[in-house]
Ligand binder design. Structure first.
Ligand SMILES: Cc1ncc(COP(=O)(O)O)c(C=O)c1O
Length: 473
């Protein structure tokens, strides 16, 4: 209900204060109770790995409500409907997919961004907001060892960051459609296929290199490139992955960078999952990540941000620029004094979410050290947990952690049945949530440790549960 006559949307400061304070009172206890929820969510069926057959759809109204209602009871009912049914990605024993937990300051930053609602497509429309976003990009560049002359943008996630990288590569290495080749490993994320499709690449323009031990083998790639060149094709782009989705593997980035430099191929590094581990001195395995022509990152995975926070860094500023658009007469003019690259000039988006604020504010409030220590903890937790399984004797470690993900299965399980049964049983407990993948016909369980709530004791509970299980069966 509005106290203001201008519009029902034009709340008074008293209304805003009341709404935020009642929101805080409702969300606070829910937030504190996250650890008591079920990580896979109540709607999850561990047998089918889908939604339970008897799940009741809570949103059935065909028409929007004609009259408004109070916010507080709505938020309470939303927390009931949304807060338990779905997967709780920030839960301490959510060890599935590649998902981190979102920090609360990011949500406050996003709320501030949305209340201010600046237009960050161009500098002149919101100079301070755009500069804040520039600064956030520069922080990411520094963390990644990126040269200062590069640039970047914040995206909704890595899928769209990679789409922009594909467009940049296409721009920087012009070649005849049909004759181009893009090299990816069989372990590369499927969003690369989507990006190539959206950018107009034909299916035969993707060369899939069979991985070895989950990693893109540079010699195999070099061999394929040589053969393609001999056939008159143009090698255009190669994608290396810093942390694959299945096994968490890091490709031989430095060797791939050498190969791409030698062959004049655009080198994209998909750092969606693993890129942020670059800030750890122990992550020597990520050497070469900084040599990419472009790098995609997902702060919404390892960097404690909510979904919708991705990033792309590039070195060749001109390649990322879209062919004009801003010269439309209805657009604000270029800021002649600054001669800057406008975000709406380098992103497929025109109007855009002011994503930078949530990242900037979180770094300011917690400090970079907190993020580094968070990553360090995940790094160590993955190592100690995989070592505990290895040392026990009943488990085969399919992939030791390169970063914070490891994969395993039961030993002596040729037809996969024992591991599948274990997988279903552990997820049916509702205490832990893990996902699986298939590696060369082997059913494999993944354990991806990224959430800031996950403590070593949670992982010790997991290993103890597994030891008890193998004892019993
Ligand atoms: C290695 C890797 N690359 C790319 C992506 C796609 O990222 P997004 O979901 O942010 O679009 C993912 C998502 O899990 C991923 O794990």
């Amino acid at each position: 209900v509005s106290e203001n006559k201008r519009s029902p949307f034009d709340w008074s400061s008293k209304q805003i204060e009341a709404a935020y304070s009642s929101f805080a009172k409702t969300i606070g206890p829910w937030w504190e109770n996250i650890s008591n929820l079920s990580p896979a969510g109540l709607a999850h069926d561990p047998l089918t790995h889908s939604v339970k057959k008897d799940w009741v759809h809570p949103f059935t109204d065909g028409l929007p409500p004609e009259r408004g209602m109070d916010l507080e009871p709505l938020i309470q009912s939303l927390l009931r409907d949304l807060g338990q049914d779905g997967q709780v990605v920030g839960h301490p024993t959510y060890l599935a997919y590649v998902a981190g937990a979102a920090n609360p300051v990011a949500a406050i930053g996003q709320s501030l961004a949305m209340m201010l609602n600046p237009y960050t497509g161009t500098f002149s429309t919101a100079p301070a907001a755009v500069q804040l976003e520039d600064q956030t990009i520069r922080w990411l560049m520094t963390m990644m060892g990126w040269p200062e002359q590069g640039t970047g943008l914040l995206s909704t996630g890595s899928s769209l960051a990679i789409f922009s990288a594909v467009l940049a590569a296409r721009e920087a290495r012009p070649a005849a459609p049909g004759k181009r080749r893009v090299y990816v490993s069989d372990q590369a994320h499927h969003c690369i296929g989507k990006a190539l499709f959206a950018a107009g690449f034909l299916p035969e323009e993707t060369a899939v290199i069979v991985s070895e031990d989950g990693r893109l083998n540079p010699e195999r790639a070099a061999d394929r490139i040589r053969k393609d060149k001999a056939m008159g094709l143009t090698p255009l782009m190669l994608v290396g992955t810093a942390g694959t989705t299945n096994l968490g593997r890091v490709d031989a980035l430095n060797d791939l960078a050498d190969l791409c430099a030698q062959e004049n191929i655009w080198f994209h590094v998909d750092g969606a999952y693993g890129g942020f581990f670059k800030v750890l001195p122990e992550a020597k395995i990520l050497k070469g990540l900084e040599r990419g022509d472009s790098l995609s990152l997902d702060p919404h995975k390892a960097f404690c941000m909510p979904y919708g926070t991705g990033a792309l860094l590039v070195k060749d500023v001109n390649a990322i620029r879209w062919p004009r658009g801003l010269d439309a007469s209805y657009m604000p003019p270029y800021d002649a004094g600054h001669m800057r690259l406008e975000y709406s000039d380098i992103s497929p988006e025109l109007s855009r979410d002011f994503r930078g604020l949530r990242l900037w504010l979180s770094l300011k409030v917690f400090g970079f050290q907190a993020f580094r220590e968070h990553l360090q903890a995940k790094w160590q937790q993955a190592r100690s947990t995989s070592a505990a399984l290895r040392d026990h004797g009943a488990f085969e470690i399919v992939a030791e952690p390169d970063l914070s993900l490891f994969a395993w299965r039961l030993k002596n399980d040729e037809n996969n049945e024992k591991t599948k049964r274990l997988f279903q049983t552990i997820n049916a407990t509702g205490r832990f949530f893990l996902t699986s993948c298939e590696i060369k016909g082997k059913f494999t369980i993944r354990t991806c440790i990224l959430g800031f709530r996950t403590q070593q004791s949670d992982l010790d509970d997991l290993t103890q549960w597994l030891f008890d299980y193998v004892e019993k069966v």
